[in-house]
Design a protein around this ligand. Structure first.
Ligand SMILES: Nc1ncnc2c1ncn2[C@@H]1O[C@H](COP(=O)(O)OP(=O)(O)O)[C@@H](O)[C@H]1O
Ligand SMILES: [Mg+2]
Length: 244
């Protein structure tokens, strides 16, 4: 059985050269950018919740009151339709909020947030999942969110492309960091071709996020034989220490 060539980045290789120091500095800088971006997302998500959704909810309540004062069935019908549109908008805002910053991540942690994502996938597709969460403690919040973002893209790919019946996700503490695997039994693909495709940046983005965090990311797939994404991120700052 032919295996796809794994694409791998391992930036933890010890190297005391200037180039390595520079790349460590670059990683620190990129890490700051990542954190700033997540902070921004969190703020926007909070605003959507506290402001836009609240305001729309009030509109919906007023419409329901108004409907009671309507005399003809045409009028009642019209108000009901407007209310439906408002409720639909609230649903979309909630989804946007969820994508920007899954509330479960702060409230209940990485495993719970991934379970929510997988539950949603199962509800909206025919794909079953198993989640094996063996983390006994939560990663620091910067590492947690990067682990989530990479797993989110891997799961989005399973949803969009795999036609899988089952996806297995497991989370484990490995060495001084965290390893996640996302394994589907779907159609698979030729990794060498698809990583070069223009306009498709999901694979590259996962790879880059892992690299910036000082970890590694691999994908293995073959046509007709499913896809396996595996990645590892070190505890915060352990990446810098690895270079000496
Ligand atoms: N789990 C998967 N199963 C099957 N094909 C996949 C899977 N993940 C990725 N692919 C293939 O790799 C391509 C590139 O993925 P990606 O870079 O995430 O871009 P996008 O999801 O925007 O198409 C996809 O278009 C798809 O053909
Ligand atoms: Mg994708």
């Amino acid at each position: 059985m032919a295996r796809g060539r794994p694409l791998q980045v391992d930036s933890t290789t010890p190297d005391r050269s200037l180039a390595h120091r520079q790349s460590a500095e670059r990683r620190t800088l990129m890490g700051r950018l990542v954190r700033a971006r997540e902070e921004e997302r969190r703020k926007i998500a909070a605003d959507i919740h506290d402001d836009s959704i609240q305001a729309m909810t009030v509109v919906s309540m007023r419409l329901q009151q108004l409907r009671k004062h309507m005399t003809t069935s045409e009028q009642k019908e019209l108000i009901a339709r407007i209310d439906e549109a408002v409720v639909e908008s609230i649903t979309r805002l909630r989804e946007l909020m969820f994508d920007l910053r899954p509330p479960a991540l702060d409230r209940a942690g990485l495993g719970a947030a991934l379970r929510e994502l997988l539950d949603r996938m199962r509800a909206e597709t025919d794909i079953e999942f198993s989640l094996d969460d063996r983390l006994s403690r939560e990663p620091s919040s910067a590492v947690q969110v990067e682990l989530y973002r990479i797993a989110q893209e891997a799961i989005a790919n399973v949803r969009k492309h795999s036609k899988a019946g089952l996806v297995k996700v497991d989370l484990q503490r490995v060495q001084q960091g965290y390893r996640i695997r996302v394994i589907d039994d779907g159609v698979g693909f030729d990794v060498a071709i698809h990583t070069e495709e223009r306009g498709h940046i999901g694979l590259l983005d996962m790879n880059e996020r892992a690299m910036i965090a000082g970890g590694w990311w691999t994908i293995e797939s073959h046509v007709g034989g499913g896809t396996e994404v595996e990645f590892w991120l070190p505890d915060e700052r352990a990446g810098d220490a690895a270079g000496g």
